[in-house]
Design a protein. Sequence first.
Length: 318
Amino acid sequence: MGALVIPCYRDFDSVQCLIGKIVKFQGWDQSCDIWIVNDCPLVGTPLFENRFIEQVASCSWIGSVCVLELARNLGQQAAIAVGVSHCLSNTRKKYSWLAVMDADGEDNPDALPILLNALQGSEIVLAKRGKRTESKRFVLGYRAYQIIFWMGVGSWHDFGNFMVLTRPAAIEIFGDPDSWTHLASTVLKRIPSLKKVTVDRGMRFYGSSKMGWSRLIYLAITAISLHVEKIVARLAVVSAALWTLTLIAIAYLAVKKLFLGSPLGWATILSIQLLSFASLMTISFFIVVFTVSLSRSRRGLSPLEAKGKYVMRVLRMV
């Protein structure tokens, strides 16, 4: 038996749409419980429609649909961590696999059976991002982030929260405090062998994303900062190389001016200025990553160690 964890922030209409599509799966032979993590305690959990409850209750392979109401707003990544750790700590049911997906529809629900079938013989299966539905500006920014991540960490980050994993893999990931801040980046850090299945992004059920550019940039920096050890080593090599080239260029100019009396061309001066600027930018980037790396350690306990600390109550809806 497995568990599906769905984080939700003021979007229970999308949750009903998502579960409604899951109920209609054909040939599904896996029983599972659905856990919705309500990350907006001020609003509370709305009642599901009676027709929806009857539809889900008639589905033989869905054991229950429950809502975890959090004591306060934690953000999407932490909400996922609380939901999965709650499932792993469940003493009545020992789930053999767990799945995580967003409620808004962009994680295509039709791909869930495909990911689960691919889990055979693997620790984790990730939904690799295929065709996207966002604007060209967003896609361009995402590609830039992927390149920066690859240059700093050495891995290509092409997946999000949509994944299916075994119980041992979930314990390994959510036993790490870093899973509070960025699930996908923690997976890259903790699980050496990853299986990916390409899944095109779906269309949102309702409205548009509530996440602005500032939040997206912060998440990108956070994802990179989880690998601060690798980044420090790479930046140290790059900084040393840039400063060495800068010093060699300055020495060359000094010899050329003082001993040979040759005039300095604009191209030479510009090259040195660019090298100096690149060196300073490298150091500045390191400072930003290191600062975020320090700030993310504010929670000392891992999600598994925190257990029910952030759960206000559990509601069984179906």
